[in-house]
Design a binder for this molecule. Sequence first.
Ligand code: 13P
Length: 340
Amino acid sequence: MNIEELQQTAAALMEGDKGLLAMDESLPTCNKRFAEAGIPQTEEYRRKYRQLIVTTPNLGECISGAILFDETIYQKTDDDVLFVDVLKQAGIIPGIKVDEGTVAMPRSPSEKITNGLDGLPERLSKYYSLSPRFAKWRAVITIGKGTPTHENIKANTQTLAKYAALCQQANIVPIVEPEVLMDGDHTIETCRHVTEETIKELFNQLKIQGVNLQGLLLKPNMVIAGTDCPVQNSTDEVATATVECLLATVPPEVAGVAFLSGGQEPWEATGHLHAMHVKYEDKLPWPLTFSFARAIQQPALEIWKGRDENVEKAQQMLYFRASMDNLARRGEYSVDLETW
Ligand code: 13P
């Protein structure tokens, strides 16, 4: 384990006003998004779509790292250049999703645990040789009747911590993502309570596994009411609840915090990040940025629709959304800029 290399990678990912682009949808998730947009669900269309993303002009101005799915690591552009090489030439560090998806938890089947530890050391050393310098593992915490259970939080955070330790042994920076889902009618207070409990337990487990926090990134949800909750909160309330929750749970040594968007509308996710920076800029002990998938990609996917003639316009939209997120990280975003 090379601590210096891990810390350098983590610092590069958190540089300036940049953030991460999650483009690591698994086959079922990617196919679902394609189906909704009327795009054929084939390997070739997934290649074309990922090509559109990685060849977006000037993407490296906004994005420091891109999280890929295994299939994408081996794919190439029409000109026969590996996507990972296109990214590196653009100054974007390639990353890789290494979890193998979720399954129902045996004794509490409405909750999920994440698979993927089997054979992970071998996969990590293979990925290192193929370029990725950071990885992602997503755990899902479900708010519902009687959930989450403490057993579920413990099982998920234990696995996240074991994954993180294995990543660091392979000189790959781990992103730990304990996502408290927005599905449901719970209030913002419930989301905050569950997110706090989850992140506290996560750092407890990371300590047990001896994970170096300066070579680790946290990818949390924002603290927000469930999608079906009748009371939806203001931008300021979401920003305040989120940052207060993180300040109470995330040790200052952590190299950075990068949010998932979780199904928020793109401008909401951007607006929330902006509000956090405006209100808390001097009080944040870690860089605070974005690691969005849908909040960056979805509008571009809807423009593309699988058609070659729409690629340029879709790339402009992708760049536009990422640049809005840069402004948010600088605390310089305004909805008036949403002129697209
Ligand atoms: P969303 O931004 O669409 O929530 O995705 C982030 C992610 O990487 C989920 O694992």
